[in-house]
Design a protein around this ligand. Sequence first.
Ligand code: NAD
Length: 486
Amino acid sequence: MARTFDGMYVGGSWAATTRTFSDYNPSDGSVWAEVPDAGRLEARAAIDAAQAAFHDWSETPFNHRAEYMLKAAEILERRRADIVAAIQAEGGGWFGKGMFEVGLAKDVFLSAAAAGYAPIGDVMPSEHNKISLAVRRPMGVVSVISPWNVPLVLTSRGMAFAMTAGNTIVLKPSEETPYCGGLLFAEIFEEAGLPSGVLNVVTCSRETVGEVGDELIENPLVKGISFTGSTPVGRQIAAKAGAHLKKCCVELGGKDALIVCDDADMERATSAASFGSFMHQGQICMSVEKLLVQEGIYDEFLRRFVERAAKLKVGDTTKDQAHVIGPLINDRQARKVKAQIDDAVAKGAHLALGGGVEGRFVHPTILTNVTPDMAVYRDETFGPVVPVIPFRSDEEAVAIANDSMYGLSSGVITTDERRGLAIAEQLETGMCHINCSPVNDEPHAPFGGTKSSGVGRHGGMWAMETFTETRWITLDRGGRHYPPVF
Ligand code: NAD
């Protein structure tokens, strides 16, 4: 039986809608839930509710605001089992990914609570001996638009720091994960006793997302936008926010490289490559999408990497915890990934492993002989497919890694720490991890990309800065003299 909801969560109550849309389980194609389908009017009502709550919430003592984040963390932990089951059913991920996701989302709320205790500004020297303060203040209503791939974490990250800083939220989750990225948080914060209107959740289908999205940006009461998703949609969001002169943080797609140097520890290199390329079927913004391996170790690396990846079991993740590779989120995404494999093979790439696509299930696929004219070299794949490309020198590795419009994360595997740091310095990415896969996320660290991977940073004090306005406030004590003519 498909799950149903009393409505969307607006102003502290569950508001019924006339329309609903179906939320599918990508493993078997069954309808997992029927979800309220909002339009522009419902989005406006949610923004009004958030605005009505803003004054009191922003005046609520910081430690009381932080307490709600601690309660959310507690509830997440207590409900871990049922949330993991929902993440698997709604998003198709492996059991381990669900466990990790609940743990990280919990840490996001703990970290946000801690960030609430940090200083909110600076005291500056003044030419006139004034008291001169830079003070961070909440902005007002913040719209949070989140994706489906790691819904719990990316929604938590989008809103936890913004809320702790004193903003109120209208959250719009992805139509693929409206529960784990949206309505679940309404349940959690309702239980936590959050004052009405501080968090509002609006769910909608792909048919109405254009009008709902426009309202969440253009409405004059909205002061900030937190968007995580694809680069094409993020570009539109940032352009609209720019036209309305609104602060906007957009975290977008990636084409991350993992560079394996010839002095690498082979066990570390192949495990980082396997985890980075295939965790959650490669549907992570920081997934390894270009695996660059130095010539001297290329053959041995490839043999051991293929051996390792061949052991990953494909299948319905809700049926067996040994199924590490589940389905892609929908048919559209499976078709896109298959088209990239076919394009590469037609242009001369070799399948070192995989290539099989059965419905939404794509087998871990390793490609060699990949050239820059292939879509898989240039475009984000977002599937369990990785090209392994040889390089001669560190300069060449950096050039291939930087040959991308994206610049999210990267990884370098080497036993020479100096060499690793020198390469990291040259990579045009917002994040780089030496002796690790590019897939890293800690809630208190600055997370974000360069180039077409986005603008702005999430995490810890960087998130507090993203979701506040800095004001300059001075207090003169007779030190400033005006020209006597005035
Ligand atoms: P998407 O861009 O299709 O959707 C993201 C969100 O935007 C969803 O909630 C969707 O409903 C909404 N949306 C779609 N059209 C809209 C519109 N016109 N106005 C307002 N909102 C609209 O992305 P996706 O498929 O959900 O997620 C996958 C993408 O997200 C990948 O490209 C991935 O790399 C990226 N991603 C980036 C990060 C990061 O932190 N950089 C994290 C996760 C995912």
